[in-house]
Design a protein around this ligand. Structure first.
Ligand SMILES: [Ca+2]
Length: 275
């Protein structure tokens, strides 16, 4: 499935520029552009932003509303979000990589609501940050170590990175924090790492992390996870290293309970998967 996405006809022309850097498979052009696109919702929740507010959210973080083409470029390397958001020029839509009955009408592509005449409608936002450095990507290996951009140097301002992990159906993803140092504030509003137990940054929210305390291990319920790293316009820190490994479903603890409050490891409850 992922191979089909990677090697779709449109990407094929770009394939020669794929390469390894820091042990990570990158396409510098596509990843940089795609990693620059990110989804934002209002701090008060989903579908709360007018067009003017959506623009302001993106601009506050040093970016601007993404164009349809930028969103599509991001989608092609795995950017999948089941939530409609404003784009440039008053357009509304969302990117679907994995066809599903509950989202995107069973199709893949940009679900396009067109240019909205009523700019007071409330949706989320798709921002594009042209200052964002190359980071993020889609990973299907059985293990990998993620690093914040520039690690072991401090990360930079105005960064946005998405790491999508998709391992074999029936496997779970075990995240282990090796190093963690992100600008600290009470609600992690400035810089943060968010983790989602799903293939987008809407469903399966696990937690938002900042500061320098090493978070506990996290184990997914299914075979997909998303990590989102966002930094604001000032104050940086040391960054992070996070390792993921895969575990077969048969070796998981039989209770499958969320042990956030006691255990060293968070086993997320529930079960789902994407083939
Ligand atoms: Ca910061």
């Amino acid at each position: 499935m992922i191979a089909l996405i990677f090697f779709s006809a449109l990407l094929w022309d770009e394939a020669q520029s794929w390469g390894f850097k820091d042990g990570v498979l990158h396409n510098s052009i596509w990843l940089e552009r795609a990693a620059g696109v990110y989804h934002r919702e209002s701090r008060s929740g989903k579908y709360q932003l007018t067009y003017t507010e959506a623009k302001a959210v993106c601009e506050y973080e040093g970016g601007r509303l993404a164009t349809y083409q930028q969103l599509e470029a991001a989608r092609k390397i795995g950017f999948h979000v089941c939530a409609a958001g404003w784009m440039a020029k008053g357009r509304v839509g969302y990117p679907i990589v994995k066809a599903g009955a509950n989202c995107g009408f069973g199709k893949t592509g940009i679900v396009d609501y067109g240019i909205r005449l009523n700019r007071s409608e409330r949706w989320d936002a798709y921002c594009y940050n042209p200052n964002g450095k190359e980071c993020g990507g889609v990973f299907t290996d059985s293990k990998h170590v993620f690093k914040s951009p520039g690690y072991p140097n401090e990360y930079e301002n105005d960064q946005i990175c998405y790491w999508h992990i998709r391992v074999k159906y029936g496997q779970r993803i075990h995240l282990q924090f090796l190093e963690f140092d992100v600008e600290d504030d009470i609600a992690c509003m400035a810089d943060f790492l968010e983790i989602y137990d799903s293939y987008d940054d809407v469903n399966g929210f696990v937690g938002r992390f900042c500061g320098d305390e090493l978070p506990d291990d996290i184990i997914s319920t299914g075979n997909v996870m998303t990590l989102k790293f966002l930094t604001d316009a000032s104050v940086t820190a040391g960054g992070f290293q996070i390792r993921y490994t895969t575990i077969d479903t048969t070796s998981k603890p039989s209770d499958g309970k969320n042990t956030t409050s006691q255990g060293k490891t968070n086993y997320l409850s529930g079960k789902f998967g994407i083939m």
